[in-house]
Design a protein around this ligand. Structure first.
Ligand code: C2E
Ligand code: CA
Ligand code: CA
Ligand code: CA
Length: 276
């Protein structure tokens, strides 16, 4: 049985080593992808339920050239663990402003929503970087919106709040992402300099069948409105859900009902087809 144990340990070690070797390879591949512009931003529209117009676009990272597909959140976790998140987010920001100006050139003025990692908030020069970039693109302050997840803020509430305040001092609107997906402290949320709340997909998917979800979403919308936030529902996949959300007073929706995220050219075609 001893030798079985030893074999077990040896097996475990080899798994562990191959795991970290894999990971090292992935890190250097990601660094390379970032430097050679292999990463791509896909775009998903955000629609106003009041007017039916597309009012904004969220950018989502993709790594299309990779033999073994890797999800966006895996890319981000890897980047966060290795310090690559700093150059990655700056690349995303610059690309986003570039895409925004290309949309504007084609007659589509849009706000761009960009996902920010809590690590970025800890970079002392982040607000200055953002300000310089905005200036060089002659962008007005509402041109981009920063999305931060509720859960990521809760990991270090005090410092996250400070960082978010200094960022919001640059005038860029903040959106609280994935609201309702984790532990929330309303007394904390209300201190955040946010103008928008995005209700997490997990509360939206079963809205038509789950009475409890309807109560939670309705209450969240009312509460957010009294606190002065705009409300976006994410993960809307059908008309029935969209109509329900409109009746509940929700301001905007995002999701497969409109379209999954698309590369720039396909987004343009989609806009021209769906919005006259
Ligand atoms: P998120 O910010 O909550 O983004 C929404 C995710 O839901 C996206 O997945 C999107 O493709 C997916 N989605 C949108 N509509 C629907 C729908 O109707 N039904 C379903 N089933 N799914 C829908 P994606 O692109 O895989 O991104 C996953 C997460 O990775 C994002 O979650 C975001 O937290 C993170 N992420 C993506 N790009 C970036 C980035 O550039 N920077 C940072 N920091 N995080 C990013
Ligand atoms: Ca988001
Ligand atoms: Ca989200
Ligand atoms: Ca989500």
């Amino acid at each position: 049985s001893d030798s079985a144990l030893e074999r077990g340990i040896a097996y475990y070690k080899s798994k562990k080593d191959s795991y970290s070797a894999d990971r090292l390879t992935m890190v250097s591949e990601l660094r390379h992808a970032l430097n050679t512009n292999e990463l791509v931003l896909f775009m998903q529209p955000k629609q106003s339920l009041k007017t039916g117009r597309i009012v904004g676009i969220e950018v989502l990272i993709r790594w299309p050239g990779r033999a073994k597909p890797i999800r966006a959140d895996e890319i981000i976790t890897l980047a966060e663990q290795t310090g690559l998140i700093k150059p990655l987010t700056r690349w995303v920001l610059e690309q986003s402003l570039e895409l925004r100006s290309r949309l504007l050139d084609r007659g589509w003025p849009m706000n761009i929503s960009i996902n920010i990692s809590p690590n970025n908030l800890r970079e002392p020069d982040f607000p200055i970087f953002v300000q310089r970039l905005m200036n060089s693109y002659h962008s007005h302050q509402g041109a981009i919106i920063f999305e931060v997840t509720e859960t990521s803020m809760m990991q270090d509430p005090g410092n996250s709040l400070k960082a978010l305040n200094s960022l919001s001092a640059t005038g860029i609107p903040v959106s609280i992402d994935d609201f309702g997906s984790g532990y929330s402290s309303l007394s904390y949320i209300k201190q955040l300099p946010a103008s928008e709340i995005k209700i997490d997909r997990s509360l939206v998917t079963e809205l038509t069948t789950e009475a409890e979800d309807r109560v939670i979403v309705q209450t969240t919308i009312e509460m957010c409105h009294s606190l002065g936030y705009q409300v976006v529902a994410e993960g809307v996949e059908d008309d029935v859900t969209a109509n329900l959300l409109r009746d509940m007073g929700c301001d905007m929706i995002q999701g497969y009902l409109l379209t999954p995220s698309l590369p720039f050219d396909e987004l343009l075609e989609w806009l021209e087809r769906s919005q006259q």
